[in-house]
Each structure stands twice: as C-alpha cells, then as structure tokens.
Design a binder for this molecule. Sequence first.
Ligand code: KG4
Ligand code: ZN
Length: 349
Amino acid sequence: MSEALVLGIESSCDETGIGIVRGSTLLSNTVSSSMYEHVRFGGVIPEIASRAHLDALVPTLRESLETAGVALADIDAIAVTAGPGLAGALMVGVCAAKALALATGKPLYAINHLVAHVGVALLDTKLGPLPEKLAALLVSGGHTEILRVRSLTDDVQLLGATIDDAAGEAFDKIARILGLNYPGGPAIDALAKQGDPKAFAFPRGLTAPKYMGSAEAPGPHRYDFSFSGLKTAVARRVEQFEAAGEELPTADLAASFQEAVLDVVTAKAVLACREQGLDTLLLGGGVAANSRLRALLAERTKAAGIDLLVPATSLCTDNGAMVAALGAQLVMGGAAPSGIGFAPDSSLP
Ligand code: KG4
Ligand code: ZN
C-alpha cells in the first residue's frame, strides 16, 4: 500500500491522543490531557488518568476525524500504543482500538510507545527515509533512553536507560520540593533562567569511572542514567536551608539541578553517537521542550559533528500522531496486523 491512511491512539500516561496520518503526512493530532487533574498530587495518579482517558476518548476521536476531514470508514488501519506505560491507562486505549477495529473491520497494529517517539520524526522533518546512522535521545516523565534505530519497524536497540527515575520525573519531584506546581519541568525551566547553574555542585549520576569504564572496556552503566542521588542531594540542601531558617535560593537550586540533569543527558547521548558511529541524533519526549536542553544539545552535537533533529514540541510530547506514523510505516512495509488478541504490556521493552 503506498500512502496508508492510519488512525493512531495513544493513552499510555496522562495524554489521550488521536492522530491521523496519510503515509508520512500529518492530517490531525488531537490531544486531551488530564495533567491539571494531577497538579494537587504533584504527579500522575494512574486511576485518575485512566478515568480521564475514558471521558476523553470519544470526543478526542471525533475532533481528530473532523480536523483531518476523514470518516472512520476511510481509514486503512488502526494503530494503538500497547506499552510501555500505565497499565490501566493503556487498557483504555487498547480496548477502544479493538472495538473500533472490530466495528470497522480494519486491521489493528500494536505499537511500542518508545519507537513511536522516534518515528514521529518522519512527520515533521520531511526526511523521507530515516537517516541510516540514527540515534534517539528520549527524555520524558516516563522514560529516559538512548536508542540506536536501524529500522523503525524491526530494529531498534536500547543503548542506555535510566536505572531509577526518568528525567522528567526528577524535574517534577524537585519542583515539588521547591514549592513549584506540577508539571515541574516548565516551571524549573523558567525559574532556572534567573539562577546560577554553578551555584551548587550537584552530583552527575553514573559518571564515575567505575560506571563509565572506557570506550574499549565499557563500564556497566556507560550510557545509563540515574537521578535519584541528585534528587536526594537537592532535598538535603533544601533541608539545610530550612533548618537554618534561611530563605531558599530557589532560582539557583533550580538552575543547578537542571544543569546536573542536562549535563549528563547531553554528554552521554553525544558519547554514544560518537562511539557507535551514529551521525544523527533525534531528541524526543516531553523534556525536549526544555530550553536549556535544546541549547546545550545543539552546542554539543555541533561540536561533535552530529546532526540534531528536534521535532515540534507538540510532536515530542505524547500524542496519537506518532502512533499513527509508526502504524503507517508498518502497513506500508507489509507487516502483518497484530490481531485482536494482544494485551497491553506496561513494561514492554
Ligand atoms: O512526554 P511527556 O509529555 O509524557 C510522558 O511520557 O511522560 O513528558 C512529560 C514530562 C513531565 O515530567 C514534564 O515535567 C516534562 O516532560 N517537561 C519538561 C518541560 N516541559 C515538560 N521538563 C523540563 N523542561 C521543560 N520545559
Ligand atoms: Zn512518551
């Protein structure tokens, strides 16, 4: 099939996304977020997210079809995020996709959310085929990974990942400690602009020689990340200020914390590209909206002679278009549909 018309459904976290693509042309990308319902808890509450998906799914689907100017009957295939993500949240999207597939008789494709974050680049950058030597840096509230992408449909290799919190999760937790609202990423990004990133020397997780090793003899966590030690270090510092009855230097704390996260994330992504012979790096995930991350990564990739691809922020955060885009690649590549029997997998590798 040359230009498959595919509907994509995303519900792995707190965004209900329905996107429609024709081949690699974006027709619509409608997202409804329950983000603000989680504000008072300081993080995503799975039960609330699942219920919000139930409420949002049909209206979001209607709006997306209307924006794209297509009817359900015109769709060639349905693609849905099967994992990784929150089990209950995934279940809502997968059940909806199965119902639609049964009702319309269209083939159904189960999609890996992380690979979809990479495939979205096809929509935005007018790349045509993906670059051959491609790496992806995914940083969001649920994942922090470096991937090597040989083929979107059957060859994506995990080079490194966080061993504890995701980067966005760390932003959200530190924001809470500093008295900022959820989601903490944008709040820290803004506050950090008024602070000194060198005010506090916070730890750079998994950068010690015993974890890194060398290019010839890589350590156990050369391309991996850890943010829990950093989180504890910031919390300790805050406690010290509070115990001394001093006012919190929130801007300096935010800037120094942010720099510690982004220094490691950008350095390891560039290192992985250089050592693995990858000449293009794609940035994805909600944290890709961070202004300091974009600037630092641009600087470091340029110095290393690596091309950097940064899709529009609306395509970097969770959305249905990325699911549809990967679904279209599968359809057009002649992949067999997943059938109706698959179950969502919250820890899909
Ligand atoms: O990709 P996403 O929308 O959902 C997940 O899959 O998690 O990412 C949401 C995460 C949140 O943790 C949020 O705080 C973070 O992305 N984020 C940011 C910024 N905007 C969103 N982190 C740092 N700086 C930002 N400007
Ligand atoms: Zn995501």
